[in-house]
Design a protein around this ligand. Structure first.
Ligand code: NIG
Ligand code: FE
Length: 411
């Protein structure tokens, strides 16, 4: 049967568990973040791309008409994972830099010496649009096989008009949610960060704003300072983009107060965040996006996840997939790190890679939960208990991925 003729209903039956985090109109905070509903011996019925029912097998009624069936024995259904922070559009690799860092060089030293991000900029500028499409497709498929059904991806390895716009088109056309990271680094042809921003805001923003949903800036020494970040973000906001920031990765330069002032959707990284900023974030609507793989790979302190959650902040988790600080597409591995390095429970980690990440990408009403009315995007874990998502460290824990009510991939 061709997919055009396939019945629009899909029944996944005899599941060990069907699991969803709690839901809310806004991101989950405090005790709500860890709340998980588990149905044992369950089924999930999808209709026309949405979840129609989640229930007990013993209560499954007779279904009239065509329904495709999938055997869920020994598997757990949980919402498709949402990766709200990736840099999936780039060419080349940085395996050589990885070795230099393994031998003791620091990420910031390599960046200051023109390596790091700028070496990926050189490779990406030379790649051509078709190569960028192929790169995003390849990375998207890696993510899908790790259970990611929705991904955001940033430009930021072009830093010229042509390559930034080509990156945003590649991300959009390959199914990602594009973010214009026009302020990622100062490219070599510009004398200063201010001169680069003059160019980017005048020449790139007008079209970038038509392609992207959000804008992002790297607020860090050696990249953009607070005033430059503010100027960039205000211009992007005025052009209709939602706002994100890379902040407090190496140094605390006021990213959280700026994110709160500008009502950004998120501030991401937070490895260097201190107590006062934890409290400021907790009292705001800005989501703190934690990226433990980058902290692990660069040997940095982990972000203060426990303090943030306990103070009432909304946190999400993401891979930060990129060729430098986090060449890792696996959100299951991120949840393992959350439970072993960040002091979060499996339920908190699940909420942070589903509901809360969905809010960061502006889709909290449609994705991130396995509940009637939500998009039928979910994963089947090869496990009798949903906590294997985090417990099976680095394992091939995802058995199958369903998107829009259709089986998209099975191991
Ligand atoms: O989020 N910190 C800035 N940007 C990326 C890394 C990009 C790279 O190293 O290529 C990050 O870690
Ligand atoms: Fe990043």
């Amino acid at each position: 049967m061709s997919s055009a003729d396939a019945p629009s209903r899909l029944l996944v039956r005899d599941l060990a568990q069907a699991v969803t985090p709690a839901g809310a109109e806004s991101p989950l905070r405090g005790a709500d973040l860890g709340r998980v509903d588990v149905v044992q011996d369950a089924y999930v019925l999808c209709d026309a791309g949405r979840i129609a029912e989640v229930g007990l097998m013993t209560e499954l009624g007779a279904l009239e008409g065509d329904v495709e069936e999938l055997d869920g024995r020994g598997l757990c259904a949980l919402p498709g994972l949402v990766d709200c922070h990736t840099h999936a559009c780039f060419a080349g690799d940085r395996a050589g830099e990885f070795e230099l860092r393994a031998r003791g060089a620091s990420y910031e030293e390599l960046h200051a010496a023109g390596g790091g991000i700028l070496s990926t900029v050189e490779a990406t500028r030379g790649a051509g649009e078709e190569t960028l499409h192929a790169a995003v497709r390849r990375h998207r498929d890696w993510m899908l096989h790790a259970g990611t059904t929705t991904f955001e991806a940033k430009s930021g390895y072009g830093l010229d008009r042509e390559t930034e716009l080509a990156s945003l088109r590649a991300i959009r056309d390959e199914g990602g949610i594009p973010t214009w990271l026009g302020a990622h680094a100062v490219p070599p042809e510009c004398d200063s960060a201010d001169a680069y921003l003059d160019f980017a805001l005048a020449e790139v923003l007008p079209e970038a704003a038509q392609l992207a949903e959000a804008a992002d800036v790297f607020l860090e020494r050696g990249a953009f300072d607070r005033n430059q970040a503010k100027r960039y973000l205000e211009a992007c906001r005025d052009a209709g983009l939602a706002l994100r920031l890379h902040g407090d990765q190496f140094s605390e330069l006021g990213a959280i107060p700026l994110a709160v002032e500008l009502a950004a959707r998120s501030v991401d990284h937070l490895e260097a965040t201190g107590d006062q900023a934890v409290r400021a974030l907790a009292h705001s609507d800005v989501v703190g996006v934690l990226l433990p793989v980058a902290a692990l790979v660069l040997g940095r302190p982990m972000p203060p996840a426990r303090a943030l959650v306990d103070a009432g902040a909304a946190v999400a988790l993401a891979t930060d997939f990129n060729p430098g600080s986090a060449f890792c597409e696996s959100l299951p591995l991120v949840t393992s790190l959350a439970c072993t390095q960040l002091g979060l429970s499996p339920g908190e980690a699940l909420g942070a890679v589903t509901v809360n990440s969905a809010h960061v990408v502006g889709r909290g009403d449609r994705i991130g939960r396995l509940a009637p009315g939500y998009d039928a995007d979910f994963v089947l874990l090869d496990a009798p208990d949903w906590r294997h998502l985090a417990y099976h460290v680095g394992g091939e824990v995802v058995n199958a991925v369903i998107r829009s009510g259709r089986l998209e991939w099975q191991r």
